[in-house]
Design a protein around this ligand. Structure first.
Ligand SMILES: Cc1ncc(COP(=O)(O)O)c(C=O)c1O
Length: 382
């Protein structure tokens, strides 16, 4: 049902994904899905508007969305949190910039696992810090962290934090508890902050499981600041609502000193929608992940039939695929060729760092029919 889409409606949808390039282009770039927002979210938002509840929201506990967050982290991931340790922000990247600004010294170095979501670079640079790459390794079994290199760079004098994309965008890698334990060990040894962006936490394919970084041990909880949101899961990025969590005795008091006015009052409809999603979304998420799981394998079949030169490893999480197009001979930026010759909008791998040269990122959160059209157009461009 979720993936049974009216493609005309999708292609005429307002918003950056479908409006930016015009509707003769098929859009598989920015991380919005083509699926409809679930009914329980639409109903909650409409109800709030209909009862005239668009005034100021709550500043004091109990704040419904924080209760929903606590309960969802517990039931979904067995992570027990305290609502007092959670701050509301407008989006994850705003949260990231506040965390960098508040908890890391200007000019210090932040380690990122590359290739990675482009704002990780721009936010680090924009807040006056410098990023240091710890490139992911790719072997027969899939992606892996380079712990030897991580241990080496983390020991540099100027490094202040490890920034994790967990699950990883664009590689779709899901770090295991053992990975996280090693990361925390390295952070502890070098007295580093761990910032864990977990916005894709619900979109993980079995047998992989999302383990919140802060949940693995008391040591991890003391080192970690978590950033998350429900906006990716329920396809409502425009509603702008995200969370910063930390129960660290070192970091949490400093985060609480951020002036609420400098964050700004939080969008009431974003909170209503987020709470509804976390309270009522379990069955919908299960159906969504099943459909995405189908698409990630379908993409493999279609690529091997139409574009066998592309190397693709179905991701362990997220609806984003990282396609190695180097054997197609389309140069450093194949996204440009797919756009100009095939009228398909993909993300250029170059935006994700130097490791993305010759790669594109394709968003497969659409109907199987649309996915087939996208692959056919890509093939026609080659
Ligand atoms: C890893 C990651 N973090 C953050 C974001 C953006 O979140 P927000 O819109 O809440 O800033 C995205 C969006 O694709 C993402 O993939």
């Amino acid at each position: 049902m979720i993936f049974d889409l009216n493609l005309d409606r999708v292609r005429n949808r307002p918003g950056i994904k479908w409006e930016r390039h015009g509707n003769d282009v098929l859009s598989a770039w920015v991380a919005d899905m083509d699926v409809e927002v679930p009914d329980f979210i639409k109903e909650a938002v409409i109800e709030r508007i209909e009862v005239g509840g668009l005034g100021y929201g709550f500043y004091d506990e109990p704040i419904p969305v924080l209760e929903a967050f606590k309960s969802r982290m517990d039931t979904a991931f067995g992570w027990s949190i305290d609502t007092e340790d959670v701050m509301r922000v407008h989006d994850v990247i705003q949260g990231l910039e506040w965390v960098l600004h508040t908890l890391t010294p200007p000019g210090s170095e932040i380690v990122v696992q590359t290739p990675v979501y482009p704002p990780f670079y721009s936010s680090v640079e924009g807040t006056g810090r410098n990023w240091v790459a710890n490139p992911l390794l790719e072997n027969e079994e899939g992606w892996a962290l380079d712990f030897d290199h991580l241990a080496e760079v983390a020991a540099r004098d100027n490094v202040s934090a490890l920034l994790l994309c967990h699950p990883h965008n664009p590689c779709g890698y899901v770090m295991t508890s053992a990975d996280l334990a090693q990361i925390i060990e390295i952070a502890e040894l070098n007295n580093l902050l761990v910032i864990s962006d977990e916005i894709h936490c619900d979109l993980v394919y079995s047998p992989h499981k999302h383990v919140p970084t802060a949940s693995i041990s008391e040591l991890a909880a003391q080192r970690t600041v978590t950033l998350t949101a429900a906006t990716k899961t329920f396809n409502m990025a425009g509603l702008r609502m995200a969370f910063i969590h930390s129960s660290s005795r070192q970091y949490s008091p400093q985060l609480k000193e951020i002036r609420p006015r400098m964050i700004g009052g939080i969008n009431g409809l974003g909170q209503v929608a987020t709470a509804a999603g976390w309270e009522k979304g379990d069955a919908w998420i299960a159906e969504l992940v099943e459909g995405l799981d189908h698409n990630r394998h379908l993409l493999a079949e279609m690529l091997s039939e139409h574009l066998p030169q592309i190397r693709y490893r179905p991701p362990q999480a997220t609806y984003l695929s990282w396609l190695d197009c180097r054997d197609l001979g389309l140069g450093d930026n194949p996204a440009e060729i797919f756009m100009s010759r095939g009228k398909v909008a993909l993300n250029s791998g170059l935006d994700f760092g130097v490791e993305g040269t010759g790669y594109v990122r394709l968003n497969f959160a659409t109907s199987p029919e649309m996915l087939a059209m996208i692959v056919e157009r890509m093939a026609s461009a080659v």
